[in-house]
Design a binder for this molecule. Structure first.
Ligand SMILES: Nc1ncnc2c1ncn2[C@@H]1O[C@H](COP(=O)(O)OP(=O)(O)OP(=O)(O)O)[C@@H](O)[C@H]1O
Length: 318
């Protein structure tokens, strides 16, 4: 049933979550936008905590699905490191469905710009380390994300704004589970079947070479590899196909299939090509060995003698 909207200004809306809080936001206070809706900064009127609200048209099914997937990720109401806390999902008036959630800092896409469209090896290795743990956790909860890209990776807010929380700007968050999918069939409890007749899910620039087929855990890992290469090199070999208004997604897909890992990872430590060799050899239903992948990047970190200081390229620049 639609919640009643109490407002003195047409732009100010309230998502009434009962005991969970009253989440007030001005529709003009947009902080992010995706294919399906907007993300707006707001406040919990009970605690005065700043929050984020994702809104979509009332007939959209994405937020409802996303909420379900966040529920799958939760264990006994504990917050999980690097995953958003969702406060409440419900209707706002007759126009919108909204999800009130923890407010995060900037996305990796914004940080990439802030860092001059390239990130250092140290920062990328630190991102790899945290992201592999996030992905391992999500997979452990029987979900695949299917849309790993810089816009869907964020950092927490500066620690001083959150005196009672662990979240901080050195915590990397994996967000936007709107494209996620369980890879375990809830009736048979088996891994979903390989299927060649599925649509394309994800974002062309970062999706795996085989993402026009049914995706599984290996595809999330391949996408993460492309994100890391993009952040460190400032581009990907197929970005040229997206320069015109009409993107040439066919050539992009062909190039991803043909390119060797050596060419893809030229000028980078050999562990990057080892990463791709490993994930591309994974079978559809195979459980990846996340520790082996984490170890690969940690080997480079140690070899380069990078300090264990938790400082990223963007630390102290915001
Ligand atoms: N909790 C949050 N706090 C701060 N910013 C956020 C939050 N959630 C999302 N954003 C920002 O809003 C942008 C869009 O969010 P999100 O990706 O969840 O929306 P979407 O409509 O599902 O997008 P997509 O088109 O990728 O599916 C993100 O890239 C991020 O910059």
């Amino acid at each position: 049933m639609a919640k009643k909207t109490v407002s003195t200004d047409d732009n100010v809306l309230i998502l009434d979550g009962g005991l969970r809080g009253k989440f007030m936001f001005n529709i003009k206070n947009e902080i992010g936008r995706g294919k399906f809706g907007k993300v707006i900064k707001g406040r919990n009127m009970y605690t005065f905590e700043e929050i984020a609200v994702k809104i979509e048209p009332i007939d959209s099914v994405h937020l409802v699905k996303e909420k379900q997937y966040y529920n799958m990720l939760k264990v006994h109401h504990h917050t999980i490191e690097g995953l958003l806390e969702i406060y409440y999902t419900g209707n706002v008036g007759v126009k919108y469905v909204a999800m009130a959630m923890e407010l995060l800092g900037p996305s990796m896409s914004e940080l990439f710009t802030l860092c001059g469209n390239k990130m250092s090896l140290k920062t990328v290795l630190m991102i790899a380390n945290q992201m592999l743990s996030r992905i391992e956790y999500v997979h452990h909860r029987k979900l695949i994300h299917r849309d790993l890209k810089p816009e869907n990776i964020s950092i927490g807010r500066p620690r001083q704004t959150l005196p009672f929380k662990e979240s901080a700007e050195d915590t990397i968050y994996l967000i936007d589970f709107g494209m996620a999918k369980p890879y375990i069939d809830k009736n048979t409890k088996n891994h979903i079947m390989y299927n060649t007749e599925v649509g394309v899910f994800g974002t062309y620039q970062f999706m795996s070479a085989n993402s026009h087929l049914e995706q599984s855990r290996r595809d999330d890992l391949e996408s993460l590899g492309y994100v890391l290469l993009y952040l460190i090199n400032g581009t990907l070999p197929w970005m040229k196909y997206f320069e015109e208004e009409d993107a040439d997604v066919k050539s992009c897909g062909d190039m991803k299939k043909k390119i060797t890992t050596k060419t893809l990872c030229a000028d980078l430590p050999e562990e990057f090509s080892k990463y791709f060799d490993y994930v591309k050899k994974l079978e559809f239903i195979e459980t990846p060995d996340y520790d082996v992948l984490i170890e690969l990047f940690q080997t480079v970190y140690k070899r380069e003698k990078f300090p264990d200081d938790n400082l990223f390229d963007w630390s102290n620049t915001q």
